[in-house]
Design a protein around this ligand. Structure first.
Ligand code: PMP
Ligand code: GLU
Length: 393
């Protein structure tokens, strides 16, 4: 008898986390590796947030379980945050917190999908969606976007992909991995289509505060009352506040779905770590100035590194407007170096140039690779110099 379940045998390990782990392993072996793998801000969590967490440890509040769906004070903080950045009011029954946005997404799929229910996923997509949907016995339906349309899905494409089993449309703007940001009118058209066809919108807004060079993020849920009712919004503190290690994410939307997600959390992780909840309250409601400093640093990195990357022979890249990834098409670069498989090409860059990137294969993009610029400028410049030298060799 095989030891492992069919479920786990059919899953892939997260390629982003695997690439990050491989870079760390090679570095530990003494290799000179520049890792542009993980989408993880390189800044230490702002001090005012740290201080609130330390206080919660010292005075004993952090010692205990909280309600599984999160502290009432955290839900109130999400309410305040939504009033400020989404422009609408929410009630406490419309919020659930969990152990990172990734786990919140999983709780959502477990809460709404019956076997065979279809989730429309514009491709390229973030690596974990498809495997989570598989674990929840749903069916991913990939809708291929084109670089000509800046990797954005259109209503026409969605309508062609829709069937009687379509239950959810997943929308991630700004996008990981492409960095593209949907405009208000694009979102309005997509939102109205979802309402008309009773398709739930799962809006992954985790990069919403990270937009650059004047780009504007519009939360789809803020466009109209009807679209808002159709949407579950996912967000969290990992990216905006440089708090990836704290593991706090949350969802906002329909109280029945939120209660179902809370039930799943109560039987799996219980509450997200208490001290991290206190830190997240401060992140969401405290001083936002350090966040703007980090955003500006990302913008500066993007503006410096994008032209250098675009100069590399065989690399074709659209300038992103948000998140912290560049997603070049390397079809020509692969041809120039004699590769047909982007994963093998990514491994060659790792082995020969000492630069760790993530293969586009895990994002449903076999001609692209992903580079995270959530690291310091010196590392970025040296990494691009090495990739260029690799291509010119
Ligand atoms: N959604 C997207 C698009 C992401 O890139 C990430 C990256 N971690 C997440 C969700 C999950 O974030 P976390 O679990 O750190 O809150
Ligand atoms: N979301 C980040 C990334 O895409 C962190 C790793 C992960 O959660 O997959 O790199």
């Amino acid at each position: 008898m095989t030891k492992l379940s069919k479920r786990v045998l059919e899953m892939e390990e997260s390629v982003t986390l695997a690439a990050g782990a491989r870079a760390k392993e090679l570095t530990a072996q003494g290799r000179d590796i520049l890792a542009l793998t993980l989408g993880e801000p390189d800044f230490v969590t702002p001090e005012h947030i740290q201080n609130k967490a330390i206080a919660a440890i010292r005075d004993g509040r952090a010692s205990f379980y909280t309600v599984a769906s999160g502290l009432p004070e955290l839900k109130a903080a999400v309410k305040t945050y939504f009033e400020r950045f989404y422009g609408y009011e929410i009630g406490p029954k419309e919020v659930v917190a969990g152990s990172g946005a990734k786990y919140i997404l999983f709780a959502f799929f477990m809460a709404v999908l019956n076997p065979g229910d279809e989730v429309l996923i514009p491709t390229p997509y973030w690596v974990s969606y498809a495997d989570q949907i598989k674990m929840a016995e749903g069916q991913s339906v990939f809708v291929q976007t084109t670089e000509d349309n800046s990797f954005k899905v259109t209503v026409d494409q969605l309508e062609k992909a829709r069937t009687a089993k379509t239950k959810v449309l997943l929308l991630n703007t700004p996008s990981n991995p492409t960095g593209m940001v949907y405009s208000r009118s694009e979102l309005e058209a997509i939102g109205n289509w979802a309402v008309a066809n009773d398709v739930l919108i799962l809006a992954d807004d985790i990069y919403g505060r990270l937009v650059y060079n004047g780009a504007i993020f519009t939360p789809i849920s803020s466009i109209s009352e009807a679209i808002r009712k159709q949407t579950i919004t996912i967000n969290g503190v990992s990216k905006t506040f440089s708090m990836t290690g704290w593991r706090i994410g949350f969802a906002v939307g329909d109280p029945d779905i939120i209660a179902a997600m809370a039930k799943i959390i109560s039987q799996t992780t219980s509450n997200p770590t208490t001290v991290a909840q206190y830190a997240a309250i401060e992140a969401l409601t405290g001083d936002q100035a350090p966040i703007e400093d980090m955003r500006q640093a990302f913008e500066n990195r993007l503006n410096t590194i994008y032209p250098l990357l675009a100069e590399i022979p065989g690399f074709e890249v659209i300038k992103p407007e948000g998140a912290f990834y560049l997603f070049p098409n390397v079809k020509k670069a692969m041809e120039m170096k004699g590769y047909t498989d982007v994963t093998a090409f990514t491994t060659a860059i790792l082995e020969e140039a000492g630069v760790a990137l993530v293969t586009g294969a895990g994002f449903g993009a076999p001609e692209n690779l992903r580079l995270s610029y959530a690291t310091d400028l010196d590392t970025l410049k040296e990494a691009v110099r090495r990739i260029k030298a690799f291509m010119e060799n």
